[in-house]
Design a protein around this ligand. Structure first.
Ligand code: GUN
Length: 294
């Protein structure tokens, strides 16, 4: 097969971020405050520190103000809930992102539940997950599924009636992505750690998404000719960033494939910026309506 189409998330992200920047400058120029995102990092996991730094830098570049909270790794759930309650009440904070995973003493479910659904730019709150199930446009779609959807749309990859196979059923990517792919009328299969025969499913996929963080999981002999491959994995192996997919093997059969890095990673951050812009626009609109003179 000829060289596959590279699904370039870096270039598409640049384009979308320019548009976001333009929209923000217009709204600020019209007299509105800047959008604001609170980013909460608990502990000092090096990978999380890199992700958080990238998110803050991306905010700066498009004109979103960021408020960074770095909290001690031994913090108690109650203390973190107090921080979130404060952020929920702040006018200048449109979005709240608590970087996951959290240290083991913290009740992650309680933390997600504490974030105001209107500021839940990660889309992890059950209210937003429910909106995703109900196919309502008024919620927040988690950032990675949102980014993948935009990437596939940009490259004109048809989803209607296609067999989409997702490897990984996590709450951050696989699970919400499966619902979003149903919105697009794909036939969706979700594989996970208990799947008996992974290859049986991956080899049937028209579109294969891997979101496991297991480097080298998807090999060339596990996919069919012409498959579209989306690699969500980000792992460090011998100092190099690699995905779940053995790129050199799978690219021989794929019609399109995301590189790692430069594929899904930047699109996730772009998804976050889009969700923050959405939260901001809703909030400044509600504010202007509530303060309007009769
Ligand atoms: N950890 C890995 N991915 C994500 C994400 O999209 N959001 C948050 N909050 N934490 C993450």
């Amino acid at each position: 097969m000829s060289e596959p189409l590279l699904l370039d998330g870096k270039t598409l992200s640049q384009k979308i971020r320019e548009e976001i920047k333009g929209e923000i400058e217009k709204l600020v120029g019209a007299g509105n405050r800047r959008p604001g995102l609170a980013v909460v990092l608990v502990g000092d996991d090096p990978a999380s520190e890199v992700y958080v730094k990238n998110k803050i830098k991306a905010c700066q570049k498009v004109g979103i103000e960021s408020f960074f909270y770095k909290l001690d790794k031994n913090i108690l759930t109650e203390e973190l809930l107090d921080v979130i309650a404060d952020l929920n009440s702040r006018e200048e904070v449109d979005g709240i992102l608590v970087q996951l995973p959290l240290p083991p003493q913290i009740d992650q479910g309680e933390v997600v539940l504490a974030i105001s659904p209107e500021k839940d730019v990660d889309g992890f709150h059950p209210q937003n997950m429910g909106r995703l199930v109900a196919q309502r446009e008024d919620g927040f779609i988690p950032c990675t599924p949102l980014g993948i959807d935009l990437l596939l749309k940009h490259y004109g990859i048809e989803l209607k009636g296609k067999d989409v196979v997702i490897v990984g059923a996590g709450f951050i990517v696989g699970r919400p992505l499966s619902l979003l792919m149903l919105w697009r009328n794909a036939t969706v299969t979700v594989c996970h750690i208990h799947t008996k025969d992974l290859r049986k499913f991956t080899s049937q996929a028209d579109i294969l998404v891997s979101a496991t963080g297991v480097p080298g999981l998807i090999k060339g002999d596990m996919v069919k000719e012409g498959v579209v491959v989306v690699d969500v994995g980000i792992s460090k192996v011998d100092g190099r960033i690699v995905g779940d997919v053995v790129f050199e093997e799978v690219k021989e059969k794929a019609s399109a494939i995301t590189p790692v890095p430069g594929g899904v990673g930047p699109m996730t951050v772009t998804g976050l910026l889009l969700n923050t812009l959405k939260a901001y626009k809703k909030r400044i609109k509600a504010h202007s309506t509530s303060t309007m003179k009769p």
